[in-house]
Design a protein around this ligand. Structure first.
Ligand code: GDG
Length: 472
């Protein structure tokens, strides 16, 4: 049996594992899709449990649910500080989002990145069996494939990057960028969200470390072959539509509508992250209010921003800036009977979120850079077909490749985003319906379940191609 055709177990590795909790459905599109794939095929989900410990445990914690094995490990305080906060959050995250001014590089953090990935590989080697397929997710684990190969694992290993991949000239800000790039040649398949990311990756591999192109979708380096592909991640469109319909009759939606008193609702929902362009969005809203007095008292902007990575200084600054700009808008425009902005600094339940999306007139998704952005797709999936809202979407989100019928804006152009919101508010019902139908078709075309199946099929083919290249 060739490595690619193995029908063995699937072993998913990601920074955070969505552990099943009794009676609770998986939250988040990726968690739902991974679980569904693992439950059908049988397999293991391996990764960090989100906690810190004083010592490294001897073996991962094991939990079984619906035929899936969840294996998780805590990080030591030092690994958490150096690998997770230091390298993943303060170096790789800003790097892949093109934010050079925010990079913080320290050699000890880079060493910790390799130390943690080597430690994960040690544990995985005790688990993996012939015929297994490994699927590694995201920038936290780029070296994992090479660590597994160095320990003798020969089965298929795929990698998928959820974030953008920056061009070589940006990547070179990472001092050991060559070593970083070399890691990718251990994988059979490297998947990206968009063509732009794929293109940047191929150029970086060829110009940065002399990889050679083979056919149109492959690279070879030092005798090993890696396939490259684009797999735009999707939302669970049907599930979201169902939750939105049920939620439209909920108490929360009734309370929200009553509080709006007939005013139109503009909504945004993001992790509080500088890549999401939230501050710039507030400035755009401020511009809108300052140039269109006729909208005063007529609209409300509801921003939901769940705090994220709050131990990282750059996120604390962001939090402070958001408080400031929201307060300033209220101070300048609010009337005793009208609040132009509502800002919720916490997470709300998914069904409530989708129900709120479904009654909103405008959805604002304006990241400065985003691998995909699932909120954009979820907003479309949640709309009421008889009265759909309008999506204002950053052209710098991966989702803009598929959602071309949204009102596309450049998030750096504060006035342009303000004009985009005005255009969305003025759009006729006929035009809204027309655009929404096309957008919904695009969201269905890249459904999350389809995404997982497509990636794994391509991984099996890539593994066959790689092993064919290894024959004498
Ligand atoms: C990375 C990439 C890529 C948001 N507020 C609440 C809430 N959310 C949910 C959304 C959505 C998820 O969080 C955010 O997904 P994104 O795709 O926007 O972004 P990242 O977390 O940065 O994820 C990104 C993604 O990976 C997948 O490949 O699209 O580009 O950066 O599902 O609905 N959920 C709840 N309450 C909230 O208040 N329950």
């Amino acid at each position: 049996m060739s490595p690619g055709s193995g029908k063995g177990r699937l072993v998913v590795v990601s920074n955070r594992v969505a552990l099943p909790r009794a009676g609770k459905p998986a939250s988040g599109g990726l968690a739902v899709a991974m679980r569904a794939t693992l439950e059908t095929r049988g397999g293991i989900w391996f990764g960090w449990n989100g906690r810190q410990s004083t010592q490294r445990p001897g073996k991962p914690h094991r939990q079984l649910a619906q035929g899936v094995e969840y294996l998780t490990l805590p990080l030591t305080r030092l690994d958490y500080e150096e690998y997770y906060q230091g390298f993943a959050n303060r170096m790789l995250w800003p790097l892949v989002h093109y934010r050079l001014a925010l990079l913080r590089y320290q050699r000890k953090n880079h060493e910790a990145y390799h130390r943690v990935n080597a430690w994960f590989a040690e544990h995985l080697m005790g688990i993996l069996q012939p015929g297994d397929t490994v699927w590694v997710h995201d920038y936290h684990h780029v070296p994992l494939g090479a660590e597994l190969r160095a320990r003798g694992f020969q089965g298929p290993i795929g990698f998928f990057l959820h974030t953008p991949f920056p061009p070589l000239d940006i990547l070179r800000a990472l001092p050991p960028y060559k070593e970083f790039l070399h890691n990718f040649s251990a994988y059979d398949l490297v998947g990206f969200q968009t063509r732009v990311d794929e293109h940047a990756f191929i150029e970086a591999m060829c110009d940065g470390i002399d990889a050679r192109r083979e056919r149109k979708d492959g690279l070879s380096l030092a005798g090993s072959r890696t396939k490259i592909g684009v797999f735009p991640i999707g939302a669970d469109a049907e599930e979201i539509a169902g939750q939105a319909i049920r939620g439209r009759n909920s108490n929360q939606v009734a309370a929200l509508k009553a509080s709006l008193e007939g005013r139109r609702l503009i909504i945004g929902a993001d992790r509080l992250d500088y890549s999401k362009g939230i501050i710039e969005r507030f400035r755009a809203y401020r511009y809108l209010l300052s140039t269109r007095p006729e909208l005063h008292g007529e609209i409300v902007f509801l921003q939901i921003a769940e705090p994220s990575r709050s131990g990282v200084p750059e996120y604390q600054v962001l939090h402070h800036e958001l408080d400031q700009v929201a307060g300033e808008i209220i101070g300048r425009f609010a009337r005793f009977d009208w609040m132009p902005v509502r800002y919720l600094g916490r997470r709300i339940p998914r069904p409530t979120l989708f129900a709120f999306f479904s009654v909103a007139d405008v959805g604002l998704v304006t990241p400065l850079r985003d691998g995909m952005n699932l909120v954009a797709k979820e907003f479309i999936a949640a709309q009421d077909p008889d009265n759909p809202g309008v999506l204002v979407l950053s052209e710098l989100a991966g989702a803009a490749d598929q959602l071309t019928d949204a009102v596309l804006v450049n998030p750096y152009d504060v006035e342009g985003v303000g004009e985009g919101i005005a255009e969305a508010l003025a759009m006729s019902l006929e035009e809204r319906k027309h655009r929404w139908r096309r957008l919904l078709a695009a969201v269905h075309g890249d459904d999350i379940h389809h995404w997982g199946a497509r990636y794994l099929q391509a991984l099996a083919e890539a593994a066959d191609w790689r092993s064919a290249g290894e024959r004498p």
